[in-house]
Design a protein around this ligand. Structure first.
Ligand SMILES: [Zn+2]
Length: 161
């Protein structure tokens, strides 16, 4: 009698091409120059980084390009304990970071600090790849690291959680 097969393990790979569109292209072209470029809503004045093309609150096309700071505040975060990304040994932290001058947090990796020390309100800054390695990809920012500044007051980011 043969044994019944109930499952198999197989490697899976997915390759895809991403077409960013105008708003994301503007953002990614900034990243390729080592800059974080957002756009301001002409009605509510919120700065979206990355730019999204239109303001979801006002329903209007975003306008003025705005370069925001390369430092910001961790608003929320998660500790990753599963080794699904082979380049980094868990536990490590991914966080929503409200860049100074932006009204929308972006999500990125936190390094150079033990996972258990990461906290809401922690001030962090971008660590970029070498200038010759910059490209239109979020991998141009290796990670964010603590600046050593005092934590931000909760009131300064509570609207961005
Ligand atoms: Zn708006």
């Amino acid at each position: 009698m043969t044994e019944r097969i109930v499952g198999i393990k197989t490697p899976i790979k997915l390759e895809y091409t991403y077409t960013p569109g105008l708003a994301s292209s503007r953002y990614l072209n900034g990243v390729a120059r080592g800059k974080l470029i957002g756009q301001r809503c002409p009605e509510c004045s919120k700065v979206y980084v990355p730019a999204r093309g239109c303001c979801p609150a006002c329903g209007v096309t975003l306008g003025e390009e705005v370069e925001v700071a390369q430092s910001g505040t961790i608003t929320t975060f998660c500790v990753v304990n599963l080794p699904f990304y082979q380049a980094i040994k868990p536990p490590y932290v991914c966080a929503s970071i409200l860049l100074d001058g932006a009204d929308m947090a972006l999500f990125h990796l936190i390094q150079e600090v033990p996972a258990e020390e990461v906290r809401m309100g922690m001030r962090v800054e971008a660590v970029w790849v070498e200038p010759g390695e910059l490209g239109p990809t979020m991998e141009s920012i290796r990670y964010f690291r603590p600046t050593g500044e005092p934590d931000a007051d909760y009131d300064s980011y509570k609207e961005h959680l």
